[in-house]
Design a protein around this ligand. Structure first.
Ligand SMILES: Cc1cn([C@H]2C[C@H](O)[C@@H](COP(=O)(O)OP(=O)(O)O[C@H]3O[C@H](C)C(=O)[C@H](O)[C@H]3O)O2)c(=O)[nH]c1=O
Length: 181
């Protein structure tokens, strides 16, 4: 298993070992002990699974306020995503910076996104399913977002007209967002 730094402290890309044979493949997508050896010792308490029918669906950029902030361990079961995470931690040397990684069902990459980050993704193919672990439960009251195409972030999304939820059309830009990390 390999860990790849993203340049944003605490956010890392994991590549798990894959065993292929004539039937297909096997990989341990999560192993508490081997992940802990790489510093991932979070106590994940919830699995999230989303399906997006269309390519060009954008979910994000979301986060939960304290004390319901979540660490996320994100992977793709089917399809492919352009995954983006933004550092909202005021005392971080990379505050306001973002990083992106392409996760697919066949590159066996996952991304660990610490508490204090906004997260979102753009689906690159139809029928994309994303599965991610979180270490804090969902709380509608603490759910917040920043605008996906905030000019101050300048995220080079794969397109300009995504499929969006009504909620994701009206988030504030980073400069006007509420967060407490
Ligand atoms: C996140 C979540 C949502 N819900 C309910 C709330 C809504 O009735 C429905 C859809 O929620 P939402 O539109 O917020 O789903 P996404 O747009 O995929 O949100 C996710 O998008 C980005 C990629 C994230 O990183 C977050 O985990 C999450 O905010 O599921 C739950 O019941 N539990 C949950 O944990």
């Amino acid at each position: 298993m390999r860990v790849i730094e993203t340049g944003l402290p605490g956010a890392v890309i994991m590549e798990t070992d894959v065993f292929e044979d004539e039937r297909g493949f096997f990989t341990e997508s999560y192993n508490e002990e081997s992940f802990a050896k790489l510093g991932i010792t979070h106590h994940f308490i919830q699995d999230n699974h989303s399906y997006s029918a269309s390519a060009g669906t954008l979910r994000g950029l979301h986060y939960q306020l304290q004390p319901k902030a979540q660490t996320k361990l994100v992977r793709v079961l089917t399809g492919a995503i352009y995954d983006v995470f933004v550092d909202l931690r005021k005392d971080s040397p990379t505050y306001g910076q973002w990083a992106a990684v392409i996760l697919t069902s066949r590159n066996f990459r996952q991304v660990l996104i610490p508490r204090g980050f906004a997260h979102g993704f753009w689906t690159l193919v139809p029928h994309t399913e994303v599965l991610y672990k979180v270490d804090e439960v969902y709380s509608k009251e603490h759910d917040r977002g920043i605008l996906w195409n905030d000019p101050a972030l300048g995220i080079p999304w794969p397109g300009t007209k995504p499929v969006l939820s009504e909620k994701d059309k009206v988030h504030p830009v980073l400069a006007n967002a509420e967060f407490d990390f």
